[in-house]
Design a protein around this ligand. Structure first.
Ligand SMILES: [Fe+2]
Ligand SMILES: [Fe+2]
Length: 230
């Protein structure tokens, strides 16, 4: 997509503070499906370091952008990601103190992996963000459109994830448009970024998801496992 073809959709800053009851377990899924809950815990732990990286990678090249609409999109993209990061951080602190101390390790491991990306040239860092934003937007679309997920997810969970998902879809093209504008949108660069992101970050997600599910206090049925994986 070139600048002229950019989305005309407005990206809105919403300084949303998600209320959740800190005195009780955060519940993501009906019937307390721990397979799904654990996946959402890992994702929530990965978001704050991830979103800091997305912001940095766009900021790194902002001085090369001249288009006013794209500059405005960048400002709103940064604001949205900063608000997401803050709300996930707040949830993560609660998760650490309640049932999921692994969150500390997941955040640190994700940051360490992203520090590997930080050694790359700026346009390659941005290409990695484009790939991660694509994955995030795909998950966001699923969260917002799958009737089963809607039906089974608690209101408490939906307050956070649906707001986040909506804004991910709103700003999904920003990193891509910036990469395109600085001349980094080549097939080679996109392919390299896809390989790097898949190799570096997917193992973190699956390693910790499985690690949590192996805990002796985490019990689930085959049906819940099937439900969670599919
Ligand atoms: Fe986000
Ligand atoms: Fe995003």
């Amino acid at each position: 997509m070139n600048i002229a073809a950019q989305s005309l959709q407005r990206i809105v800053r919403r300084n949303v503070v998600i209320p959740f009851d800190k005195n009780k377990k955060f519940s993501f899924y009906y019937e307390d499906n721990l397979v799904v809950t654990s996946l959402f815990v890992v994702l929530s732990a990965m978001f704050p370091p991830g979103e800091m990286f997305f912001i940095e990678s766009v900021r790194n090249v902002r001085d090369q952008i001249k288009d006013e609409k794209l500059l405005e999109d960048i400002r709103n993209f940064i604001a949205q990601e900063a608000f997401h990061s803050r709300e996930h951080q707040s949830l993560n602190e609660h998760l650490i103190q309640s049932d999921y101390p692994e969150v500390v390790e997941i955040e640190a491991k994700t940051k360490a992996k992203l520090d590997e990306f930080r050694k790359l040239p700026k346009f390659e860092q941005l290409a990695a963000t484009v790939v991660m934003e694509h994955y995030t937007a795909t998950l966001a679309r699923l969260l917002l459109t799958d009737p089963l997920i809607k039906q089974r997810t608690t209101q408490e969970s939906r307050n956070l994830w649906e707001w986040h998902a909506l804004e991910e879809l709103e700003h999904k093209s920003v990193a891509f448009d910036v990469l395109d504008a600085i001349g980094g949108n080549t097939a080679k660069n996109r392919r390299m970024a896809l390989t790097r992101v898949t190799k570096l970050l997917s193992p973190v997600l699956f390693h910790y998801w499985i690690k949590i599910l192996k805990r002796s206090d985490i019990k689930f049925s085959i049906r819940e496992l099937k439900d969670g994986v599919y």
